[in-house]
Design a protein around this ligand. Sequence first.
Ligand SMILES: *Cc1c(COP(=O)(O)O)cnc(C)c1O
Length: 490
Amino acid sequence: MRDSNPRDQIKLSAEEMREMGYRIIDMLVDYTGAQAQFPVTRALDHATFEEILDEPIPEAGSDWRDVLEQFERQVLTTIDHLDHPRFFAYIPSSSNFVGAMADTLASGYNIFNALYPLGTGAAVVERLAVSWLCRLCGMPEKAGGLFVSGGSVANLTGLAVARQIQLGGDMRDAVIYCSDQAHFVISRGLRILGFAPDQLRQILSDEDYRLPLADLERAIAEDRAAGKRPFCIAATAGTTNSGAVDPLNDLADLCEREDLWLHVDGAYGASACLTTHRRLELAGLERAHSLSWDAHKWMFQPVECSAILVRDRHWLSETFKERAHFLTDAEPHSKEEAGEELNFMYQGIQLTRYFRALKFWMSLKVFGLAAMRRAIERGFELAELAESLLRDSGRWEIVTPAQMAIVTFRYKALDGDEALANTVTHQLSGAMAANGFAFASTTQLGQKTVMRLVTNNPRTTPSDLRQTVLIMGRLAAELEAEIISAAADS
Ligand SMILES: *Cc1c(COP(=O)(O)O)cnc(C)c1O
């Protein structure tokens, strides 16, 4: 075998690696430090983007500088910035540089965090990070969990554990309850697990968009009378639509009385339990049997970083443990339980696993819990400021007041015209994207189309909000005038 070109071993020379690495770090620092000066939305539209990137499979390689340049010119320009201080749409992901560097380390050293004899340090860091999360939300000593890609997989994992532990895997006639405000990943997760659509009861939420206890109790009683087997309530701690928190303590009491599993989707809101006072809004969260928690939403991690926590860590291995002969060499020989829970390939869905816990651990150590707490608190305060600015401007009807760093509102149309208010509000998101100063998205709450401002980015300033509210008011008034004049013309 002849000595090959380094490229045939899929590697770069040391000088090239350094040059490429430094170039990328410079790009990231320039971007991160000056984000507020750039438009929040993409520069190119989707059609242009697809055309540009369409090319044949590259048989021969090319210079990394050219590929990096193409990435900057054609990929980066088509991306909305979820970490921009004026990105208020969906659920922003504000990220942080330490977390991004930790991701580089996790990939650079290609750390495999599945079996602890192959990576004890990584497994121990993950267990420690999970135990911090359990302590922060008040779960008991024997709680445990693991890091996964996001709320979708965290909720799926929690529901899989509920099915195994609460139902012994027998899904016949089993019924699960959530409100109509629950995230779609709950119903999708149940479908993936093999539940039929009629095994999920989506209860109409109350006027505050929370799961109404009396209706829920009635549904459970009716199902029992019909011979069904209620087994789980999937509550939400901070809905994506409006930040509403289901009455967790009441639901936990109900679960105790009725012998039901309490799954809490805290993908967005669970982070509020880091704060000193706002955590009261999450009272009862610590009573969940399983809890999903996205660190890439309100704990400032780069995507993908989420955790699933369960109040008894043995439930995970009871659900996910398997045997593989080709892995027995690497499995710990002692039966002590420390080994069990460190073998993350038996605690969840993935065998080969990326070391996601690293970014959480590293950024929490660098910035400290106190800074995280203040950054989360700031999200609440920014939403409260946004609410008062919107009220003061007189142009908006507040539909749900600031809660969990989300405020929702609708344009006040001329003569109180409801349909016009919905249309203007609906079209506003597109007008904001075209304008590029700030971006927000709409949702539907009952009969109302509402705009949402989600203010969980700690680098958003009061001035960002003031200017955003001014610009939204102007754009909405323009849309209203256009719609009215188009109707008059036709
Ligand atoms: C975002 C979100 C999810 C989905 O989580 P991903 O991290 O996007 O997979 C689930 N539930 C709630 C309440 C969310 O806000």
